[in-house]
Design a protein around this ligand. Structure first.
Ligand SMILES: O=C(CO)[C@H](O)[C@H](O)COP(=O)(O)O
Length: 216
């Protein structure tokens, strides 16, 4: 069954505990967007917030690092309670080493590609990761429009997974809502990240249900 991972980027940070509780029944992961103002033009949260929300939910914390030099912060995010840590291929000249660093913490490692990065850039690391995140918008902000040209990469990753028996989940992030979710699932997505389509709606359970019912 396809998983849904609400992104707290679009939540109300003044009431973050309640926001997480409002999606807990329907969600599979809580997606945490970490931005440094360098790799992407926005600044969000650090390990202190991950540590603060860790006791709030038993759902896995799916931490997406949109930062330069992620190797310098992996230990802190792992110790703060992340269950999955994903790093961008574009930010890691020594990607294999960084993936190993994440796994040494008994945390699931993921690799992320931007819309302009081809699947071929991560092929050598696919057998080492538990998650591949395909950005379907340019990272940095919630509420952007889904980029249709990224769908072929979801299909390519699904084919590689089937052909070689790789274990990774294919996650998609950006512009995911009831209108775009079905395309992602049909292409092979295992996890749908949704920020504004969940947290900008008054009824969060209905919002997640609307995403699920678009493809079920
Ligand atoms: O990584 C992200 C932005 O860089 C967010 O997770 C993503 O944009 C989700 O927001 P929305 O569903 O509103 O597009």
């Amino acid at each position: 069954m396809t998983k849904v991972a609400p992104s707290i980027l679009s939540a109300n940070f003044a009431t973050l505990k309640d926001e997480i509780k409002s999606v807990e029944v329907q969600a599979d992961y809580i997606h945490v967007d970490v931005m440094d103002g360098h790799f992407v033009p926005n600044i969000t949260i650090g390990p202190m917030i991950v540590e603060a929300i860790r006791p709030v939910t038993e759902l896995p914390l799916d931490v997406h690092l949109m930062i330069e030099n992620p190797d310098q912060y992996i230990d802190a995010f792992a110790e703060a309670g992340a269950d999955i840590i994903s790093v961008h291929e574009e930010a890691c000249p020594h990607l294999h080493r960084v993936i190993q660093q994440i796994r040494q913490h008994d945390v699931k490692p993921g690799v992320v590609i931007n819309p302009a990065t081809p699947v071929s850039a991560i092929e050598p690391i696919l057998q080492e990761v538990d998650l591949v995140l395909v950005m379907t918008v340019n990272p940095g902000f919630g509420g952007q429009s889904f980029i249709d040209s990224t769908v072929g990469k979801i299909e390519d990753l699904a084919k590689l997974k089937a052909d070689y028996g790789f274990d990774y989940e294919i996650e998609v992030d950006g512009g995911v809502k009831p209108e775009t979710a079905k395309t992602c699932v049909e292409a092979g997505a295992d996890v749908l990240v949704a920020g504004s389509a969940v947290f900008k709606q008054d009824d969060r359970q209905a919002a997640i249900e609307a995403i699920r019912s678009s493809y079920e």
